[in-house]
Design a protein around this ligand. Sequence first.
Ligand code: FAD
Length: 302
Amino acid sequence: MAVEYRVYPAAFEYFAPRTVDEALELLGRYGDEAKILAGGQSLLPMMKLRIAGPRCLVDVNRIAGLDLLRREGDRLEIGALCRHADMVESPLVRDLLPIMTDAARQTADVQVRHRGTVAGSLAHADPAGDWPAALMALDAVVRIAGLGGRRTMPLHEFIVDAYSTRLDAAEMVVGVSIGIPAKPSGGAYVKFEKRAGDFAVASVGVQIDLEGDRCRSVAVSLGALGPTPIRARAAEDVVREAAPSADRVDRAAELVREAAQPFADTRGSVEYKRHLAGVLFRRAFAAALDRARGRQVETIHL
Ligand SMILES: Cc1cc2nc3c(=O)[nH]c(=O)nc-3n(C[C@H](O)[C@H](O)[C@H](O)COP(=O)(O)OP(=O)(O)OC[C@H]3O[C@@H](n4cnc5c(N)ncnc54)[C@H](O)[C@@H]3O)c2cc1C
């Protein structure tokens, strides 16, 4: 069925609360008929296409403190208003978690990166979204506020299906918390897109912690290769607790292809995307390992 494109969304009420509590009160009052507006880079196109038609928009951009980005002990805390561009530009992120710099740099285009937020990407849960995929490799935790109080949830539990999360109507994401891996460690996120600024045809994130020559821990996440991001745990098992030999990487790449659950669409067939999953895994694994060994490597043109 053709979707009718109109320039303007349907009418809605607009609120710009100054505190999280005010935002939650509005969400409680309007229930399913309210939507949070963060960067607006997914919500506004959907409203113009009339795929979304909220009666009330709760614009959280004026809430103080939601733009924090800081290290707290062994965790990196990211407020709900941190934009993709903040991640691109942050020396802290680049130093501690280069996999996130990779993901940020490859998300959309420069205009979108200056408005869109990390938290909005998680809440939107687009199967081809870059943040859900990259942060799945880091075991990120989502910080949630509701009228009944605050709670946290691992990202792998938070996203339940394509465009679907465990967030209740009267809750909002207030931040994302990520454990900082002890060094020597390195991560990389590699994305294949049909043209610059596009969503992924497929993407793979790899995070490696080293102990001597061995990979003490390895996390592998797949993006745009199923309805939700996927952790390729069988592949992780093959390269964990061992020196990363060519044989092991071959076997892990095979298991990555098996873990992928792609669907055919205008970006490619199931076979093509499965093949890509293996190729991108190899590239991401090699870049993550190089970084864990202290080498500077680029992933964008890998
Ligand atoms: C041209 C274009 C290209 C793009 N390319 C890519 C790409 O390559 N990769 C990619 O990953 N994304 C891409 N995007 C999407 C973009 O990254 C969005 O910024 C992101 O998906 C959503 O973040 P946002 O802050 O804009 O959220 P919004 O659009 O404001 O909101 C999206 C959804 O999340 C909800 N939401 C937002 N914040 C919260 C919160 N704090 N708590 C609870 N719910 C919340 C909203 O209610 C809404 O349902 C693209 C977008 C455009 C327009």
